[in-house]
Design a binder for this molecule. Structure first.
Ligand code: GDP
Length: 200
């Protein structure tokens, strides 16, 4: 398949709640524990080195960081970088989202077309990740599991790891897209999917 061009993402704002987000016909939210590789992945999707670093700057780590996709009609569709679970620092609340703000955002946003749930493909799903997955299922939110750091697992172990990841998430192996931001593995596929979630 032909390669997919980078997503034309542009940082718009850090919002304390959905009410402060820009108008948008469609949104994709990206969720994952801190260190899962979320910023690296957003940078890889956009082919930009430091685009997502803004989400890690002081004062923004607990906010909804919005990136407009400068493609398609206006108003622009938006990718929302959610706070990493670790940063939110409320592990006990993860089963109920990870804080009322994010819970309200995810459950109240009519234009949310997908929640990308990131897992670290090197270490597998943690309790926090599985709690998140349970929660999005319970809320019946559209979601898609993406494993990160494909390059960190030896090629001889990858098939087994892919199956294990899927089993732990109660999914079929084909339902987990395993990417590497560092090596570009499956980034094309994910760009296509994000485009279709935002623009179709
Ligand atoms: P975030 O906290 O979820 O935004 O995670 P980062 O994107 O900052 O990544 C956390 C760490 O994992 C950093 O040291 C990254 O360099 C590393 N990392 C992220 N993605 C990959 C990847 O695809 N391959 C490898 N080898 N390391 C990665």
């Amino acid at each position: 398949m032909a390669s997919a061009p980078p997503l034309a993402l542009r940082f718009v704002t850090s919002a304390p709640s959905a009410a402060h987000l820009p108008d948008s016909p469609a949104e994709v939210a990206v969720a994952g524990r801190s260190n899962v590789g979320k910023s690296s992945l957003i940078n890889a999707l956009a082919n930009r080195k430091r685009l997502a670093e803004v989400s890690k700057t002081p004062g923004r780590t607990r906010l909804l960081n919005a990136f407009a996709l400068d493609e398609g009609p206006e108003p622009r569709a938006t990718l929302i970088d959610l706070p990493g679970y670790g940063y939110a620092n409320v592990p006990a609340r993860v089963k109920a989202g990870w804080g009322p703000m994010i819970e309200d955002y995810l459950t109240g946003r009519g234009q949310l077309t997908m929640v990308m749930v990131l897992l670290d493909g090197e270490i597998g799903p943690t309790k926090l990740d599985l709690g998140m997955l349970d929660w999005v299922r319970h809320e019946q939110l559209p979601h898609s599991v993406v494993a990160t750091k494909h390059d960190k697992v030896r090629s001889s172990k990858r098939d087994r790891r892919r199956r294990d990841l899927a089993v732990q998430c109660d999914l079929e192996p084909r339902d987990v897209l395993w990417v590497s931001a560092a090596k570009g593995v499956n980034i094309d596929t994910l760009r296509r999917r994000v485009r279709s979630w935002l623009l179709d």
